[in-house]
Design a protein. Structure first.
Length: 726
């Protein structure tokens, strides 16, 4: 049968009437049903395997290849193919399915894909669109809460502005990976798509602190901690030295370690070596104070305050407006630059609020809550994949939650959580797949999945019944082994008797009753013993020695009377012991004057067949090992039945029309015909009609009219129809 995409399939049930096996026409023969069903199963299976992730691609170098056991009839616009990718693309990818032709894989918007958009091992979904395939990735997402990416490999948050030139480092990726500091560190990577060049930045958990960038740190202006000479100003919160800090200038000037822990002329902690003097300047370079090192004298424009008081000028410094660095500093808010951006604490809620916008009428607010969650009134927008090592929480404190997924051609669909169910809603808003808290799975196609499996398993078991042993009774064609200590085969007639075949530690097979009494045992050496008779061989020998002369001789004998086997399930076994390949029973009709046997029932040990023959030893009837029957008259009886049944059916089919034509036909009156004047054109208004009577004009010598009749037949329902031309 053709694929589901073929025009021979119709959504209207009544239109699927193409000849078998491409369709299911009315009046189909039973022998044709199997072909239709098999073709239908094949078409459904092919569609399922292509639209679900049932295969892994092959190929390399950005050329993906899919090979199905049954190739598609061709590329059909709108058909979906899904597969596991066997490699990560490094450039624009292509796909070829069963040699139908190589086509480009484009983004859903029709633009070319870049490197790493398909990752090895991920599920790839493409749809045929014209002469290309459109990739169906996870598209834009909107979030109002934390986003979490958790996976057993590298977790990557990738950002890219595809409108930027490919020669720029437009791809930005944040990695959380066991390959980065054993999982402790962050890796920030920039990628240039044009040549794959990368720039990496790492944040180490072993050295936490401020992240220095080119905006606030220039290594070229820094000196090594040992043996450095400074040609400019040095700015540092603190400097730790083991020696002197020399200042380049006129004479010798330096900061040096002191000679002890005291504050005297003789002993002090720090020493400043000045060639002559130390000047103290203001921000504009004006010198407001000088220290004469050689004279030991300070000279300032204003007298400094001492004795524990701060040294400050009341005109340009007020300590009450400054924060104490040794205590917690609180601000009502922080304005950012010259914009309307503002960061402040939401009092009594322990939230941090970020205000954005250009005016009070258009302000937007985002919150970092006390529980660590981020909330934005406008949601969050990502133009590419979202990766996170934490959780993605949607719909908190809501009776139902949705993850909305949009595309440009197939509408909007949802991941939906409601009333103990989570699953997918179609573009119409109805469930197409869901899972309950009890683990029950439901799909729009199958309904309750467990019930579907149970029903199909039951149907399958019935269909495969000839391969399984039925509990109600069956015949096995192979061995049955029970392997355990005290292995037993139990036969139980409820309410009557329960017995079992039991292998005991003595190595013998015992037949035991339900009370554990052994009535019969068989040894590994073939010995048989019963509770009643003891060792059976001994009993038989003793009985045979005492047998009367009128017993039948085992080596062969003739009975003058009938043989009755009078007990439940009687059996008659013929065993060939003389090696001639045959064992038989002869039936002699002596009372009617025959001196030799009339019939013989024999067993051919060569082919293991049972046969019945007449005087000439020719087989008249045989039962074969496969259960088939044979007779001299008909040969293999099953073949005879099949052949005659088919012949009868063919005869009924081939002669049905003839019987109907012979027994259900008539010449029906359809109208009168005016033949007109002689020489005029003759009309034939009834296809296949005949003229059964004429009216003539003797004076004129031509026919003037006739009675028209038409051949008609009846169908099997007694309806008459015109035959037309016969």
């Amino acid at each position: 049968m053709a694929d589901l995409t073929n025009s021979s399939w119709s959504e209207a049930d009544s239109s699927n009437t193409q000849p078998s096996p491409a369709g299911f026409p009315s009046g189909i023969l039973p022998s044709q049903v199997g072909g239709v069903v098999r073709a239908l199963m094949g078409a459904v299976k092919r569609s399922f395997d292509r639209s679900n992730v049932m295969t892994t691609s092959t190929g390399s170098a950005n050329a993906y290849v899919l090979t199905y056991a049954q190739p598609p009839e061709g590329y059909t616009t709108g058909e979906i193919y899904r597969f596991f990718a066997n490699f990560t693309n490094t450039a624009a990818p292509t796909l070829n399915i069963n040699g139908l032709g190589t086509r480009a894989i484009l983004r859903a918007d029709g633009t070319a894909m870049a490197a790493n958009e398909i990752v090895s091992g991920q599920v790839v979904s493409v749809v045929v669109s014209g002469n290309n395939f459109l990739h169906q990735p996870v598209g834009t997402r909107f979030f109002t809460d934390d986003v979490s990416i958790q996976k057993a490999s590298d977790s990557v948050l990738a950002l890219e502005d595809t409108s930027a030139p490919a020669t720029t480092f437009r791809q930005k990726k944040i990695y959380s990976s066991k390959n980065v500091g054993g999982g402790d560190d962050w890796l920030f990577r920039m990628v240039r798509p044009s040549d794959g060049a990368t720039r990496d930045f790492t944040l180490s958990a072993a050295a936490p602190g401020t992240v220095w960038t080119t905006g606030n740190f220039n290594p070229a202006t820094k000196a090594d901690l040992a043996g450095a000479n400074f040609n400019g100003n040095v700015f540092a919160p603190s400097i730790t030295m083991g020696g002197s800090l020399n200042l380049i200038g006129a004479g010798t000037n330096s900061f040096q370690n002191g000679n002890g822990d005291a504050a005297t002329y003789a002993t002090h902690n720090v020493r400043m070596l000045l060639w002559n003097g130390l000047g103290i300047s203001t921000y504009d370079g004006s010198i407001n104070g000088v220290y004469d090192a050689r004279a030991g004298r300070w000279d300032t424009k204003a007298a400094p305050r001492v004795n524990g008081a701060d040294v400050w000028y009341p005109g340009n410094f007020n300590p009450s407006t400054k924060a104490d660095l040794n205590t917690n500093v609180r601000f009502n808010g922080v304005s950012l630059g010259n914009s309307e951006g503002f960061i402040y604490g939401d009092q009594n809620i322990n939230n941090v609020v970020v205000r954005t916008g250009t005016s009070s009428a258009g302000y937007k607010y985002s919150f970092w809550n006390s529980d660590g969650f981020y909330t934005s009134a406008g949601g969050g927008r990502f133009n590419s994949d979202l990766y996170t090592s934490g959780r993605v929480i949607v719909g908190e404190n809501q009776p139902a939650s949705y993850i909305e997924m949009r595309d440009t051609d197939e509408g909007t669909r949802y991941v939906h959580n409601n009333s103990g169910l989570i699953g997918f809603l179609g573009k119409g808003g109805d469930w197409i797949f869901r899972v309950g808290d009890d683990g029950a799975v439901w799909t729009k196609q199958f309904g309750d999945l467990n019930s579907r499996i149970e029903n199909r398993a039951s149907d399958f078991a019935v269909a495969r019944a000839n391969e399984r042993v039925a509990k109600t009774g069956d015949i096995m064609s192979g061995d049955l082994e029970i392997r355990k200590n005290y292995a037993a085969l139990i036969l139980h007639y409820p309410g009557i008797k329960r017995g079992l075949w039991h292998v005991r530690e003595d190595g013998r097979l015992h037949w035991m009753d339900q009370g554990g009494q052994s009535h019969l045992s068989i040894g590994g050496d073939g010995t048989v013993s019963t509770q009643q008779l003891g060792d059976l061989a001994t009993y038989i020998n003793n009985t045979a020695n005492n047998a009367r002369a009128d017993r039948v001789f085992k080596g062969g004998d003739t009975m003058t009377g009938p043989l009755y086997i009078d007990y439940g399930y009687p059996q008659l076994q013929l065993t060939n012991r003389d090696g001639n390949g045959f064992a038989y029973i002869d039936f002699t009709n002596v009372p009617y004057g025959h001196t030799d046997f009339s019939w013989r029932m024999w067993h051919n040990t060569g082919n293991n067949e049972w046969s019945v023959s007449y005087v000439d030893n020719g087989a008249r009837f045989s039962v074969r090992t496969d259960g088939s029957l044979w007779s001299a008259q008909m040969g293999d009886i099953n073949t005879r039945i099949e052949t005659r049944g088919q012949a009868f059916a063919d005869d009924r089919l081939n002669t049905a029309t003839a019987r109907i034509n012979n027994k259900s036909a008539r010449l029906a009156y359809v109208g009168d015909l005016n033949c007109g004047n002689y020489g005029r054109d003759m009309a034939e208004p009834w296809g296949g009609g005949v003229i059964t009577g004429l009216q003539s004009n003797n004076a004129s010598g031509y026919a003037t009219g006739g009675r028209g009749r038409q051949l008609q037949m009846s169908d099997s329902n007694g309806n008459w129809y015109a035959c037309g031309y016969v």
